[in-house]
Every structure is written in C-alpha cells, then in structure tokens.
Design a protein. Structure first.
Length: 268
C-alpha cells in the first residue's frame, strides 16, 4: 500500500487532530452519513450528539476504519488515513471504544488492557500474551498496571472481565483503548447506562486523559456530561450537520432543540 498522503496546512497553524471531509457512508439506498465535514482541534474534547439513528456510530466506524466510506476522506494530524485498515490507524495514534462493550470476558482485566497494546508490539500481541515477547511484554504489563491504577481498577487486575460491574467494564474498555498510546481517542457513549453515582468517576477519567494531551471525540447522550466536558459540539441529524459550536450556543439553537433536546433548552 502506498504511504498515506499528507495535506498541507496553513503556515504556523497545526493540522486538526481529526478532519472529516465531505464524508458519505451509504448502506443500500440509505445515506447514514451524508457529505459531513468537520474538524477537531488538537488537545480538545469535541462532542458529537444527535438523535438515535443520526449516524453517530457509523461516523465513528468510518473514522476508525471499520466501515469504508462511499466517498470523502478522513485525516489524522494532516495525514489521509481513508484507505488504511483499523490496526494501521491505531498504530498511527487513533484509538476508540464501542457503544456495546467489546471486552474479552474470559480474559483477565490485565490481559484485556494488554490486548489494546498490540499495535505497538514488535513481537506481535499473541507472542506477547503467551510470554514470548520478553522484555517488551513486561514493559506492556507494567504500562497496563499503570493504566488500571489511573482508572481505579488496579485491585481488579487478576479478575475476569466478565466479573466487572457495568461502570468498571466501561472504564476497562477505556484503559484498553489507552494502551495503544493514542493521540486521538474516540469514545462512543462511555457513560450510557452507567449508574448516576459512577458517572462522575468516568467523567473525571475522561478529563484526566485529555489533560494528559490526548484529543477526545465524544459521542454521548448524557447532555450534562457533554455540556460540561466539551469545548465544542457537533450536532448531526440524518447523517448531516445540524449545528456546531460552543455548548451554550448549541443548547440555545432552535433547530437543535426541536430535533434533539425535546423542545427544552439545556443549560451549558
């Protein structure tokens, strides 16, 4: 495969961490994403919201390489990654979580995190998991323990992932995504379904990851979380941009209120 193409940027200005250009994803006659364009500034948290079926997860699948777009392009730090496979994008610094948990339930919490490091393993992740990576495997194990400590899961390292509560399972998936040392992290509904008492715990982790320099793109229905955590918000509906801007501006946008917020403005 030819090396990814790098786009020019304005002199003195960094390329967007993620830039989506006229992206379209079509399934049969349905356009799940329709000529959508937006950019995410490095080091920020950008929220993406919209009604169920608006195309948010399809958009994430196209950005991460799980779904091939019908047309348009995806740029990572100014490099065109549209033709790259998911593991190649991960190796370049793009990682993600899933709306529906994608853990390995019969593997330990520690092993689940170590699987996330496989794009960085020169010996291959299977070699590492079976002790064939030597020094490299031990280094990734130490990094996995550090991530578990950061997320408050260090005491569960030896437990099966199947034995975790829902909130801890959400945190484990974030830890696994972080094991790849991403520059950009896509979080697909990390707080959806989490009990109220655990929501602030996950929000604190998201903010800590961002404070460490990781750009975050957040899809979430919890408007309290979106409005408090995000520097700006993109609203999509039927795969198209409905509105984009600062949380306070989006919350007051009449079209957003009609299409998504149920007729009531949300206080940012």
């Amino acid at each position: 495969m030819a090396s990814p193409e790098t786009s020019a940027t304005t002199a003195g200005s960094p390329a967007p961490a993620i830039e989506v250009r006229a992206l379209t994803v079509t399934f049969g006659g349905l356009q799940a994403v329709d000529k959508l364009s937006f950019a995410v500034a490095p080091g920020t948290i950008k929220g993406i919201i919209g009604p169920n079926g608006a195309g948010k997860t399809t958009l994430f699948n196209a950005i991460s390489g799980i779904t091939s777009p019908t047309s348009g392009s995806v740029m990572l730090d100014g490099t065109d990654i549209t033709a790259l496979r998911p593991h190649q994008r991960a190796a370049l610094g793009l990682s993600r979580t899933f709306q529906n948990l994608q853990l390995f339930p019969q593997m330990s919490v520690l092993e689940n995190v170590m699987v996330g490091a496989h794009p960085r393993m020169s010996a291959g992740w299977l070699s590492g998991m079976f002790g064939l990576g030597g020094v490299e495997e031990r280094a990734f194990e130490a990094e996995a323990y550090r991530l578990l400590a950061l997320l408050g899961l260090e005491t569960r390292a030896g437990d099966l992932a199947a034995d975790l509560g829902f909130a801890d399972a959400k945190l484990l998936e974030i830890a696994r995504a972080m094991a790849a040392k991403p520059r950009v992290l896509l979080l697909d509904e990390p707080i959806a379904g989490v009990p109220l008492e655990d929501q602030n715990r996950i929000l604190k982790v998201i903010r800590a990851i961002n404070a460490d320099g990781v750009t975050i793109v957040l899809v979430e229905h919890n408007m309290r979380v979106v409005m408090s955590a995000c520097a700006d918000i993109l609203v999509i509906n039927y795969g198209k941009r409905l509105a984009e801007g600062k949380p306070a501006d989006v919350a007051r946008n009449p079209e957003v209120i009609r299409a998504y917020l149920g007729g009531e403005a949300v206080h940012a």
